[in-house]
Design a protein around this ligand. Structure first.
Ligand code: ADP
Length: 553
């Protein structure tokens, strides 16, 4: 029975509370929508009536729509009114916020700060950052702006609460960005410092290198200079001034004219201007006038310095004094000329006596003596050919390699030489491909000398593959003769030098005998015939020596 009574009283209490809740909801709604402009609040002092002085519907609607929370509290800190936004911020149903102390919605850590602000706001408007519980376990940064308002029931405090979360996030992001910026700035500064240090170091290196270059150029025995791509001279080393006796004040625009021997000037200027146009190495031997008027031979070389794009920045030239070498070479040439001339006479008589012995008829010569005579004749022929070559070289140097010109049938010449070669080198095969009878103007003996030299070389430098091919054909207005072997071949570097006087490929010195004169004399003879001589070859791939002579001269 007792149980029945308590159930009934609980049910009626629930009913009563439901009714009160309903009533509270209606009241709040009425306030929000502006239908009511006063309300009664029960506190420790009993019931109090609060009239919303500004209970103007427009303003209340406006406040409802605000994106800030709006709260009105009384002296005890009880919420008299709040907008939906505040309820949303506090994550509490609207009906449960009104009548609650504001501090209820503030985390414990911020409660005393809130109290302080509220206390002072009754005297003076104030704004302060305070945390608000958002119900989700996270607190949010808010700005509380407090102002007193006069209500009918007495003074109340209106608080506008602005959510600072976005601002705080932005602030935080800004802080991160700031930090990153500072780091980037520090890195830039470091980079800058490094760069400055590098520039300082490079400048220092440059000065050292320039001084190094200056010291070097001023101390070498060669004369050196630099000039622009247009040809103007920009600097000379000390040796230049010492040798020429010129000074800085002299007009260096006409420098070649001032110092180069008049006989060498034209050729020097021609080659110099050609190099400036083509960018190719400038190289010439010429005579430079010394300060005392004496001319000395010099070897000039000038090379261009190019940038990455391949444009010439400037030229660096040197002139090396070769007067002593020249004189020595001349003495050597003179000696060779005299010696070969002196050797020629006894050799001729030796050859004559041998011929007399070979042709001796009065008594029968013992076979062994005949054999000796034949061998001696072969050796004497080789000796004579060597001495003739030496004589030719000294004649070439003296500009006296002269001979009579007549008509030469190239096919006849080739056939004769091939026969000769077959006779001397029975172990070799000589193939010929002669496509016509070409008649040129020249000296038969001298051209034979050239051809025999090329054939003998083809034999000498083809120890394994023993086939030599000789061809003739017309190329433009020239007849071209080729001597093709499958021998040891030549490197590009060797190809450039083999036509020089006394040049022999270094690593082949012991392979065969020779003095390095044959190709030098051949070149001279072909040049004198207004022809050209050359070689196509690769190391280990055999060689094709050729010469071309003008037809119909
Ligand atoms: P020599 O044969 O007396 O040394 P040359 O003036 O005839 O002098 O030749 C100069 C050099 O050129 C030779 O020493 C040799 O090294 C090289 N040479 C000439 N002909 C050939 C060839 N057919 N194959 C390879 N090297 C050659």
């Amino acid at each position: 029975m007792e149980q029945q009574n308590s159930n009934n009283s609980l049910i009626s209490e629930i009913e009563e509370l439901r009714y009160q809740l309903e009533e509270a909801r209606d009241t709040i709604n009425a306030i929000r929508t502006g239908q009511v402009d006063a309300l009664v609040v029960k506190d420790d002092n009993g019931h109090q009536l609060y009239t919303l002085k500004t209970a103007d519907q427009t303003y209340r609607v406006f406040i409802e729509k605000m994106s800030e929370g709006a709260v009105t509290i009384n002296r005890e800190g009880i919420i008299l009114y709040c907008n939906t936004r505040f309820a949303h911020m506090a994550a509490t149903p609207l009906e449960k916020t009104i009548g609650q102390p504001l501090s209820f919605f503030v985390p414990d850590a911020s409660k005393s700060k809130l109290e302080k602000i509220i206390n002072s706001s009754w005297n003076q408007d104030c704004r302060e950052e305070i945390m608000l519980k958002d119900g989700g376990g996270r607190d949010m940064h808010c700005l509380f702006s407090c102002n007193t308002i006069e209500l009918d029931g007495g003074l109340a405090l209106s608080i506008i609460i602005t959510d600072l979360t976005v601002l705080k996030n932005t602030e935080q992001e800004l802080q991160v960005r700031n930090y990153q910026l500072e780091e980037a700035q520090a890195a830039t500064e470091k980079l800058n410092n490094n760069l400055e240090a590098t520039v300082r170091q490079r400048t220092h290196d440059l000065v050292i290198s320039r001084e190094h270059f200056r010291l070097l150029t001023n101390n070498i025995v060669q004369m050196t200079w630099t000039n622009l791509p247009t040809g103007e001279f920009t600097s000379y080393n000390q040796r230049w001034y010492d040798y020429t006796g010129l000074t800085l004040d002299d007009d260096h625009e006409i420098v070649w004219e001032m110092v180069v021997h008049p006989d060498d000037l034209k050729k020097t200027l021609e080659l110099y201007n050609k190099s400036l146009l083509t960018g190719e190495l400038f190289e010439i031997e010429n005579r430079y006038k010394r300060y005392d008027g004496v001319y000395r031979w010099h070897l000039n070389r000038s090379k261009p310095l190019k940038n990455d794009a391949g444009d010439i920045i400037f030229w660096v030239g040197t002139a090396t004094d070769i007067e002593d070498q020249k004189q020595e070479m001349e003495r050597k040439d003179e000696f060779i000329g005299i010696a070969s001339h002196e050797l020629k006479t006894p050799l001729t008589s030796l050859k004559g006596y041998l011929q007399l012995i070979a042709g001796y008829k009065k008594e029968e010569l013992p076979p062994i003596v005949r054999q000796y005579v034949t061998k001696a004749s072969t050796s004497i022929n080789r000796l004579q050919s060597l001495i003739n070559d030496l004589l030719d070289v000294s004649k070439i140097k003296a500009g006296r390699l002269e001979y009579a010109l007549g008509s030469v049938n190239i096919s006849d010449l080739l056939n004769q030489c091939i026969e000769n070669a077959r006779h001397i080198n029975p172990a070799y095969i000589f193939d010929s491909k002669l496509d016509n009878d070409y008649i040129i103007k020249g000296n038969h003996e001298r051209l034979e000398q050239v051809l025999m030299n090329l054939i003998n070389n083809a034999v000498k430098y083809s120890p394994v593959n023993k086939t030599v091919i000789i061809t003739s054909q017309q190329v433009g207005n020239y007849v071209r003769v080729e001597v093709i072997d499958s021998g040891i071949g030549l490197s590009p570097d060797q190809k450039d030098k083999i036509f020089d006087r006394f040049y022999r490929v270094a690593d082949k010195l012991n392979m065969t005998s020779g003095l390095g004169m044959g190709l030098y004399i051949s070149k001279e003879i072909i040049n004198n015939h207004d022809g050209i001589i050359g070689v196509e070859s690769e190391m280990g791939q055999g060689s094709t020596f050729y010469f071309e002579l003008p037809l119909g001269r």
